[in-house]
Design a protein around this ligand. Structure first.
Ligand code: NDP
Ligand code: 2IT
Length: 452
């Protein structure tokens, strides 16, 4: 360290690792950002002096709490819930809630950190947060999920509010869970405010919120392709996941004339050489969302398809890949396989689906690679529009929201191009572009506040 407190990237990351022992996902997310930001701030003394990145990588607060609930057999169950409020320099904390067996503090801290940059990229006034619980919704009855959500909100309500922190959905949290949580918040506080987004239309939700993340990830891919004179039409696409993001990605790719040949869940992936058209997609949505079924059943319904148990789809030859399930689902070897098989573009619908080795492989091969914090920002962007509609107590028309989503994704794309360019080359490093463009707005707001 120099006498002005400057550290280099290695020293900075050593500190992050030391202060966050065992929190591998969080350290990984910080590393990916720090690699680009350190380079950018090299000659920008103020950012060093005010320890801006060090402060963004230290959540404002992490609230952890016990969540007790009773299952259908009258057993008392105990889960752990969290809300990570990472940074509110540019607006109220904002970010989803995840219910999944594997949720822990490291995962929620990485997600809240990523969200801070993502929300900044949208251009809307939203800080970064994330929450969740190690609750496994699989196999639970509606009443069990309701009791869990009510118990979760009975503590969470103290920490959130329409101008404080506005959660939404994420893995395992969709319209059903948002309904139960909003109902409990309203009951406890006796207040009807836009404390959550992703609500149903009847009680303050916004049109196109459920479609927004998936559609946005495809728009971003379309923008990257258009810049190099290419398009989605006629392209073969590999998609992972089969939840909210994945199914809306497939829907938009089909509308744009691409062909999706895979979907997956935690049990494995299906390969359909004929393509997953809108008719088949309707079946997937019904089966996965309404019946909470397994993607393996797809092959019973559509006989030409094959199911690969316990595997991920990255060895399937494709032009474009859209990981839309979870973190670290593409490793270095998967990335190299995709590149070798001729994949020219990757758009991350999920948060941090590619590990660092994979990110370096995509960057090195100079393919079109859109990191999650840029590519999947359409969801939170429409959440931001839901907040505006709630505050004004009005509902905007679908066509206006559709256009706003297209425009916001384009503006994020253009910000990445502005900061991700390499001198003497046409290539854009979208990871670098997203990290720097997302950083600057938050950093400059923090500078304005002084040391707080
Ligand atoms: P859903 O719960 O709707 O779907 C999640 C999908 O991913 C399911 O198919 C699920 O399979 C699969 N999955 C989850 N965990 C794993 C795992 N450990 N291994 C393999 N597959 C897994 O969630 P979303 O579609 O909303 O979220 C998907 C991703 O997109 C997440 O990374 C989320 O953070 C990100 N995201 C979501 C946004 C949104 O608006 N919803 C916005 C921006 C990003 P199974 O059914 O077997 O669990
Ligand atoms: O990761 C994400 O951006 C989300 N899960 C959506 C967050 C939100 O507040 O809509």
């Amino acid at each position: 360290m120099t006498d002005t407190g400057h550290v280099n990237l290695e020293q900075f990351m050593e500190g992050v690792k030391r202060r966050n022992p065992g929190q591998n996902e969080f350290v990984q997310a910080v590393q990916e950002v720090a690699e680009d930001v350190f380079d950018f701030i090299q000659d920008k003394n103020e950012y060093h002096e005010y320890q801006i990145l060090r402060r963004i990588a230290e959540p404002d607060r992490v609230v952890s709490f016990r969540v007790c609930w009773e299952d259908d057999n009258s057993n008392i169950r105990v889960q752990r819930g969290w809300r990570v409020q990472n940074n509110n320099a540019i607006g109220p904390y904002k970010g989803g809630i995840r219910f999944h067996r594997d949720v822990n503090e490291s995962i929620l801290k990485f997600l809240a950190f990523e969200q801070t940059f993502k929300n900044s990229l949208t251009g809307l006034p939203m800080g970064g947060g994330k929450g969740g619980a190690n609750f496994n919704p699989k196999g639970k009855s509606d009443h069990e999920v309701m009791r869990f959500c009510q118990s979760f909100m009975t503590e969470l309500y103290r920490h959130v509010g329409q101008d404080i922190d506005v959660p939404a959905g994420d893995i395992g949290v969709g319209a059903r869970e948002i309904g139960y949580m909003f109902g409990q918040y309203k009951r406890i506080t006796n207040e009807f405010t836009g404390v959550l987004t992703g609500k149903a239309l009847e009680y303050g939700g916004s049109l196109i919120r459920s479609e927004a993340t998936g559609y946005g990830a495809v728009y971003f891919l379309q923008d990257m392709l258009a810049r190099v004179g290419n398009s989605i039409e006629g392209k073969s696409c590999v998609v992972s996941g089969s939840g909210n993001v994945a199914t809306h990605v497939v829907e938009k790719i089909n509308q744009l004339g691409g062909r999706v040949v895979t979907l997956s869940d935690s049990g494995g992936f299906v390969y359909d050489p004929d393509g997953i058209d809108q008719e088949k997609l309707r079946w997937v949505k019904e089966h996965k969302t309404r019946h909470r079924g397994r993607i393996a059943d797809y092959v019973k319904e559509f006989k030409n398809a094959e199911f690969y148990q316990g595997m991920r789809p990255w060895s399937v030859k494709c032009d474009l890949a859209l990981p839309c399930a979870t973190q670290n689902e593409i490793n270095g070897e998967d990335a190299r396989t995709l590149i070798k098989n001729g994949c020219i573009g990757v758009s991350e619908g999920a948060n941090m689906p590619t590990n660092l080795d994979g990110v370096h492989a995509f960057k090195g091969a100079k393919i079109l690679f859109a990191p999650g914090k840029a590519a999947n920002a359409g969801g939170v962007a429409v959440s931001g529009l839901e907040m505006s509609q709630n505050s004004a107590r009005i509902s905007w028309k679908e066509e206006d929201l559709q256009q706003l989503l297209v425009d916001i994704m384009k503006q994020i794309h253009d910000s990445c191009v502005e900061f991700g360019g390499t001198p003497g080359s046409e290539h854009i490093d979208y990871v670098r572009g997203a990290n720097i463009a997302g950083f600057i707005k938050v950093a400059d707001a923090m500078l304005a506040y002084g040391v707080v």
